[in-house]
Design a protein around this ligand. Structure first.
Ligand SMILES: *Cc1c(COP(=O)(O)O)cnc(C)c1O
Length: 363
């Protein structure tokens, strides 16, 4: 167990060693049940307990009001891109999207298949290297909802503050790459959704936090599995849930609690990213951050070097030193370090030191 990779993967991503070890301990025999959690009925008392405790932990740690439902669904955040417009895009009322990068674009594309959409703001002209000014976001009075991506995983940008909408327009956020990495006021939102595999666990489960009125009833023509009311009424147990993934999220939430909760984690995450942003900013231009300073993400740090050749050398050498996942996404190029909740401070420190050392040898 001493041979852990220095894992900066964008997703699925690092999990805490303690969480993996606890899962390992319970893997074959869950608390004396004589079977693995994977072998149990999802209708069993044991799994129902895991399901409801996971919900409750999330409510407690993230400050989710009682007037919201917490759902554990399948299909990834990508299925939410379709489910949202299928359930909430009404005829004659456009869905508004803030265009911040790759994931926002995918979300918009799905809504366009369903109905009328409008771009409320966009930073495409700047290659999505920044978050649009909140004051530049224009939401039509009759919009069905406003959708935005709180953290753009590929470009490495993040909203510092969230868009404001009138009460009758639900605010919907794709928080796939920053859910529970910082404190948020849930009551600002109609819906928050996220795949678990970046900040909260393994792949296979999608977390949806939605206001009760939005979970109450959906248009009759929407298929049963793609309706929020189906899953809300059944407490996420309408059909077979991704039980092992939910269990892993449960362990991850307990780890967050032991760390001091989301507020403590937020500071921890900022301390981690500061190490790496400092290495960029103090390199005299050897490393160049992709995101504009005011839009920088505390989750995905994107940066470039002077040439692609040097970038290739950086990736190769980093791998020789035990680092994983530092190659940037092909659409942005360069390098990317993802520093989600479970990535240890110590690993970020080792990366910052490696960056300094690489510069000394190649600068
Ligand atoms: C990873 C990611 C997605 C896609 O998630 P899947 O679970 O793979 O569908 C969507 N949005 C953002 C912001 C992401 O980071």
């Amino acid at each position: 167990m001493t041979n852990r990779a220095l894992n900066f993967n964008a997703g699925p991503a690092a999990l805490p060693l303690e969480v993996l070890q606890q899962a390992q301990e319970q893997f074959v025999d869950y608390n004396g049940a004589g079977m693995s959690i994977m072998e149990m009925s999802h209708r069993s008392a044991i799994f129902e307990q895991v399901n409801s405790e996971t919900q409750q932990l999330m409510r407690k740690l993230y400050g989710i009001p009682d007037s919201y439902k917490v759902l554990f669904l399948q299909g990834g955040a990508s299925t939410q891109f379709s489910m949202l417009p299928m359930n909430f895009l009404q005829a004659g009322k456009p869905a508004a999207y803030v265009m911040t990068g790759s994931w926002a674009s995918k979300a918009l594309k799905e809504a366009q298949l369903i109905g009328e959409t409008v771009v409320a703001a966009s930073s495409e002209a700047d290659k999505y290297n920044r978050i649009p000014e909140l004051s530049s976001i224009v939401v039509p009075e009759n919009a069905s909802y406003l959708h935005f991506t709180s953290n753009e995983t590929i470009e490495g940008t993040q909203f510092a503050q969230f868009p404001e909408v009138p009460d009758h327009i639900p605010l919907i956020a794709d928080m796939s790459s920053d859910i529970m990495s910082r404190q948020v006021d849930i009551s600002q939102f109609g819906i928050i959704y996220a795949g678990a595999q970046k900040n909260l666990g393994p792949s296979g489960v999608t977390i949806v936090i939605l206001r009760e009125d939005l979970a109450a009833s959906n248009p009759k023509h929407v298929p049963t599995m793609l309706r929020y009311d189906t899953h809300a009424k059944a407490d996420s147990l309408y059909n077979t849930p991704p039980s092992f993934s939910v269990y892993m999220v449960n362990l991850m939430l307990k780890w967050i609690e032991a760390k001091g909760g989301v507020a403590a984690l937020e500071q921890y995450n900022l301390d981690k990213t500061k190490l790496i942003y400092d290495a960029i900013d103090q390199s005299g231009g050897f490393y160049r951050g992709f995101a504009q300073t005011g839009s920088r993400s505390a989750m995905n740090i994107t940066f470039r070097l002077q040439s692609e050749e040097l970038e290739k050398r950086f990736v190769k050498e980093s791998e020789q030193h035990g680092f994983i996942g530092l190659k940037g996404h092909r659409s942005v190029g360069g390098l990317r370090a993802s520093t989600y909740n479970a990535v240890p401070y110590e690993n970020c420190k080792v990366l910052a030191e490696f960056m300094d050392d690489f510069q000394r040898r190649n600068g």
